[in-house]
Write a protein of this length. Structure first.
Length: 258
């Protein structure tokens, strides 16, 4: 941490602002405390069997400190995957006073154990292929062992990430890190290189969670700039060699660099 990070971390900073991916936390305002992902027609399921599959963010306007926002959620799709299902939820984020839309977050949840209902669904995110050439940028990020405890302060208190007994219910021998925490660390690392001076250049993001991360591991982040508005990235664990994230950023490259 240094003073150049104060714009995101210190409320007394002259240019204090929210990082654009903070919209994701609006879209996941602690469903565990608010009754879970329950909806008419949706079969009951063990919440420890739910995993983050994919997520997109479309930014229409940057977050403004001091504003109050309303989140309106709708189920977009329910897809049968045999022994599992994918639930797709859209969260639209509006200014409470003006009713102006600021962002939309679409989330695909992979729920094990409730498939077999037949509907294959229609919703699909098109991800760009990972380039074959060497990455334009590579960096590493060390994850602290208490990262899940810190991240849950953003309101995602899913016990899968901190309670060993609950993680075992979910099929993991020990608690795993929140996927959005890994994603946030990845996007933050890309911001430090590609668009350091203007974080509001992010306009659209997409991420696919391909595997889990354990607190204490090291992330290896590879990134490629495609054209004048797209960054493709892939994040792996150094210790296990697992690809854990694949995704892209759509940007306005006013200050981008390689």
């Amino acid at each position: 941490m240094n003073e150049k990070h104060f714009q995101f971390t210190y409320e007394q900073a002259a240019n204090f602002k929210a990082f654009p991916t903070f919209y994701h936390t609006f879209a996941h305002q602690n469903p565990w405390r608010m009754g879970g992902y329950l909806s008419p027609g949706l079969p009951a399921f063990d919440p420890m069997k739910l995993l983050h599959g994919e997520e997109t963010l479309e930014v229409f306007k940057p977050l403004t400190p001091g504003s109050t926002f309303i989140v309106k959620q709708d189920i977009l799709d329910m897809q049968d995957k045999g022994s599992a299902a994918i639930l797709v939820v859209a969260a639209k984020i509006y200014d409470k006073v003006t009713n102006e839309i600021f962002a939309q977050v679409n989330t695909s949840f992979f729920i094990r154990g409730i498939g077999g209902f037949g509907h294959k669904g229609t919703y699909k995110i098109k991800f760009p292929a990972t380039p074959k050439r060497s990455p334009d940028y590579e960096t590493t990020v060390n994850i602290k062992k208490n990262a899940a405890f810190i991240y849950r302060l953003s309101s995602d208190t899913n016990p899968l990430h901190v309670d060993p007994e609950e993680s075992k219910r979910g099929g993991f021998s020990v608690p795993i890190l929140h996927g959005l925490c890994t994603y946030g660390m990845t996007i933050g690392a890309l911001q430090q290189h590609f668009y350091y001076d203007n974080v509001d250049e992010i306009k659209h993001t997409g991420v696919r969670f391909t595997s889990h991360v354990y607190p204490g591991e090291t992330l290896i982040i590879h990134a490629w700039q495609e054209g004048n508005d797209t960054i493709i990235y892939q994040t792996s664990t150094k210790e296990r060699g697992k690809v854990v994230l694949k995704g892209y950023l759509k940007m306005e490259f006013k200050n981008a660099k390689l």
